[in-house]
Design a protein around this ligand. Structure first.
Ligand code: NAD
Ligand code: UDX
Length: 454
């Protein structure tokens, strides 16, 4: 079978690499309008960092996995087309700031009808508003060639930083289709790809609209858990309770479960905020303002958490940060990725900059993206991959990303090279607060009592 994926990003690139790896008899092509991205996929320096990705690509590339800019040929030759283009929050016109911007999806559909010469299955891999398949079908069937397209929804649940593991061993694969015989055949064709390595009981089929909506709901529920614990972390700081103790014990209830209860400086990433805002927009569109307001609060608490983090720094450091050097440990939105989209580090840096602090940003993989995100901040921000350099002469360290390597640094050496009194604000509950306090730091672990020397 010839499988095509349109969109060679964080989802299309790794997902197709794993499909090619697991299905050596299928020919998998990934196309993109971004020529430099495709060039990077074809080089030794892949456009995204994901543990294990380089090995999979090295095994399959130019065997049965091809990255190309030849979109017309890709479409002509494909039996199944996965559409994995970006669907960001719309920033203009009706629905600005909430609705999904579907222009890339529609352009893709128009390319398909321009170049297709035979019937095809078109798979929604991008995250889309519920009922997008209806619009997609209408655009595709506006072709004058009499071609027929079956639309299948197959949302992706991988998380960045663990994409290869998630793709190889997913909790579930969701495939939604129409309840017609052709719809069922299309669903079965897509399921057949995953059956090569995913156990049958994990391949779940549903109707199209349920499948589209499930993806938004899954992300909303995960983000809601994070905002819930983050809201309680604020109450912990006021009362002397410890958020890690509270969530550990609450999570022992099997009905609650332990995952996604880690308090932090806020969730980032390209999905949570965008998908909840899209859900909010859909609820408003369908005349459900109470439901919209309920979900919007998840995003509000997230913004509040990053603001609160900087306000706490300011209060602890004698209400002035002007001229003080702050080492930011981590800029990626989570560990094991270079992705900085919606990273709380962006909001934290901008607030620190507004306080006239000097910010030294340190991250093992995300410095290039950080420089792009902060391109407008000409002065007051420096970048280094070395945490010891970042912390030298600093008044405070703020831990923003849960990279393992920040846990195991020589904090005694770091302390010696810092301005005194030295502060550390742990926005991820990453370091051993007691040990750092013994070294001499004033430690502010998020959601926990502060350990100070005053
Ligand atoms: P991305 O921005 O990394 O990649 C999208 C790619 O599509 C870009 O390289 C872009 O150039 C390309 N593209 C846009 N229009 C095109 C066109 N007309 N023809 C060919 N290529 C085109 O985005 P991503 O993070 O891979 O996300 C893609 C989709 O998957 C989104 O809907 C997102 O919500 C969803 N998703 C993302 C993740 C994640 O962790 N990033 C996880 C699950 C689902
Ligand atoms: C998310 C979903 O998990 C994934 O299923 C979907 O396909 C895409 O969106 P991703 O954004 O890549 O994945 O990473 P995720 O692990 O979900 O983390 C998102 C953010 O939440 C990160 O900033 C992370 O640090 C934060 N987080 C996560 C917490 O603050 N606490 C937690 O307990 C878990």
């Amino acid at each position: 079978m010839n499988i095509l994926c349109i969109g060679a990003g964080y989802v299309g690139g790794p997902t197709m690499a794993v499909i090619a790896d697991q299905c050596p008899d299928h020919r998998v092509t990934v196309v993109d309008i971004n020529t430099s991205r495709i060039a990077a996929w074809n080089s030794d320096s892949l456009p995204i960092y994901e543990p294990g990705l380089a090995e999979v690509v090295a095994r399959c590339r130019n065997r049965n996995l091809f990255y190309s800019t030849d979109i017309p040929r890709g479409i002509r030759e494909a039996d199944i087309i996965f559409v994995s283009v970006n669907t960001p929050t719309k920033m203009f016109g009706a629905g600005a700031g909430k609705a999904a911007d579907l222009q890339y999806l529609e352009k893709t559909a128009r390319s398909i009808i321009e170049y297709a010469e035979s019937d095809k299955i078109v798979v929604e891999k991008s995250t889309l508003p519920v009922r997008t398949a209806q619009a997609l079908s209408r655009v595709l069937h506006s072709n004058a060639k009499g071609l027929h397209f079956q639309i299948v929804s197959n949302p992706e649940f991988l998380a960045e930083g663990s994409a290869i593991r998630d793709l190889k061993n997913p909790d579930r694969v969701l495939i939604g289709g129409l309840e017609t015989s052709q719809g069922r055949q299309a669903v079965d064709a897509v399921a057949g790809i995953y059956r090569r390595w995913v156990p049958e009981e994990k391949i779940i089929t549903t109707g199209l609209w349920s499948s589209e909506l499930t993806k938004l709901v899954a992300n909303a529920l995960l983000a809601q858990r994070v905002s819930s614990v983050n809201s309680i972390s604020a109450l912990c700081e006021k009362t002397g309770a410890n958020i890690n103790e509270v969530t550990r014990v609450a999570g022992l209830d099997s009905r609650i479960g332990a995952k996604f209860l880690k308090a932090g400086v806020g969730f980032g990433g390209s999905c949570f905020k965008k998908d909840i805002l899209n859900l909010v927009y859909l609820c408003e569109f369908y005349g459900l303002p109470e439901v919209a307001a309920y979900w919007e609060q998840v995003v509000r608490i997230n913004d509040y958490q990053a603001e609160r983090f900087v306000r706490n720094m300011l209060a602890a450091m004698f209400n002035t940060l002007a001229g003080k050097k702050i080492a930011l440990f981590g800029f990626a939105f989570k560990r094991d990725t270079g992705d900085t989209r919606e990273s709380p580090a962006i909001a934290v840096t901008r607030q620190l900059h507004a306080e006239h602090a000097e910010i030294a940003i340190c991250d093992p993989k995300a410095l290039d993206n950080a420089k792009l995100d902060l391109a407008d901040l000409a002065e007051g921000v420096t970048y280094t991959a070395d945490p010891y350099t970042a912390a030298r002469g600093a008044h405070a360290i703020a831990i923003i990303t849960d990279w393992d390597e920040f846990r195991d640094l020589d904090y005694a050496q770091i302390y010696d090279a810092m301005n005194k009194p030295a502060f550390i604000f742990d926005g991820r509950g990453l370091v051993d607060a007691g040990r750092l306090h013994e070294i001499g730091f004033n430690v502010y672990p998020l959601g926990c009592p502060a350990l100070t020397h005053f």
